[in-house]
Design a protein around this ligand. Structure first.
Ligand code: PEP
Ligand code: MN
Length: 366
């Protein structure tokens, strides 16, 4: 379905939209000291009131009293406030205390029952709702949640990319898999897309490069966790930046133009794109050469009654290629992912060869 969301509401903000504030609202002093330096410097202040924790026993948020603190702070210094809601009761309380924007957390987006309940609770309410990507890399659940809010009449919709959990630990706390939000964007081009580099990166150092990467990909904004004293934070302490670092980071971020208009730029872009087309053709030809060799080795193994999968060779490939890649300035994680894909296809091809020869033996005259 088409999402009835237009980005005109987000266009009232200067791009990039900056949402920042602590992971959690912890106490009155912490929230005052975290919010005050950011008022007027960021567009929306964030703060978790109810914290969805993976394991029990950690800080689960302060609940309703946090909303009271925010409301009275807003009376002193006006600002817009956003928080995560996961139940219809959270929504009722957020509306009661005039929260300005809501977001749906990654652990909620995965559950269509939960999302439907929240969408019903928001029917007829004119509030911006951001939907974080589901915990695991599944675009359809993300789209499904957005569609449910759209069907409930929410037009000020947006998506937040916070990365995806993978069982294997990689460079970041949550793998970005940039192609997933890009696919979402290509399907819903008017839907505002925000990057949450704090939950992708998991460390303070990772935030700025990730945020810039998102702007390079034409995201509409960023959501970054900032705390008055990050080392004492009750949740996500390693990834929160101090409010002063936050201000430095956003001053250094460099928003890009969405497209080229000037002819000279367009000509140069065209030249580089032609070179990329050529490089892709050569890449595909190289893969075809590799697949022909794979077919040959499949026939050889079959004739000599040798198993397709040879552990020592597999190990050797995964050891040498990332090193070769490094010499060419290629990221070794990327090379490993690429090799896995090639290896999977190679096993598939050799299995076909094995079956084909068997069939020929069974039906020699076919
Ligand atoms: C958060 O924003 O603090 C949070 C819990 O995020 P997520 O749903 O992305 O884990
Ligand atoms: Mn957090």
């Amino acid at each position: 379905m088409q999402i009835e969301a237009l980005n005109d509401w987000i266009e009232t903000y200067k791009k990039p939209l900056v949402i920042s504030g602590p992971c959690s609202v912890e106490n009155e002093k912490q929230i005052r000291e975290s919010v005050s330096p950011l008022v007027g410097k960021v567009d929306i202040i964030r703060g978790g009131i109810w914290k969805p924790r993976t394991r029990p026993g950690s800080f689960e948020g302060v609940g309703e009293k946090g909303l009271q603190w925010i409301k009275s702070l807003k009376e002193e210094v006006p600002f817009k406030f956003a928080t995560e809601v996961a139940t219809p009761e959270h929504i009722a309380l957020a509306l009661k205390y005039e929260v300005d924007m809501l977001w749906i957390g990654a652990r909620t987006t995965v559950n269509p029952f939960n999302v439907s309940e929240l969408a019903s609770a928001l029917e007829g309410v004119d509030i911006p709702v951001f939907v974080k990507n589901p915990i695991h890399p599944e675009l359809s659940l993300w789209k499904g949640a957005l569609e449910r809010f759209s069907k409930a009449g929410i037009t000020k919709l947006g998506a937040i990319h916070r990365g995806f959990h993978t069982y294997e630990k990689k460079k970041y706390r949550n793998a970005p898999f940039w192609q997933i939000p890009m696919e979402l964007k290509s399907e819903f081009p008017t839907l505002p897309l925000i990057c949450d580099p704090s939950h992708i990166g998991g460390t303070r150092e990772a935030i700025e490069p990730l945020a810039q990467r998102a702007l390079d990909l034409d995201y509409d904004g960023v959501m970054i966790e900032a705390h008055c004293d990050p080392s004492t934070a009750l949740s996500d302490a390693q990834q929160q930046v101090s409010t002063s670092s936050l201000l430095e980071i956003i001053s250094r971020l460099n928003p890009r133009d969405a497209s080229f208009t000037e002819k000279t730029y367009l000509d140069q872009l065209e030249i580089i794109r032609e070179q990329i087309d050529q490089a892709d053709r050569e890449l595909l030809e190289a893969i075809a050469v590799r697949m022909n060799l794979v077919e040959k080795i499949g026939e050889f193994k079959k004739e000599n009654n040798v198993a397709i999968f040879q552990i020592s060779r597999w190990k050797e490939i995964f050891k040498s290629r990332p090193n070769w890649g490094k010499q060419l300035n290629l990221d070794d994680e990327f090379i490993v992912d690429l090799l896995r894909l090639l290896h999977q296809q190679s096993v598939k091809k050799q299995t076909e060869v094995f079956n084909m020869i068997e069939e020929e033996q069974n039906h020699p005259n076919d």
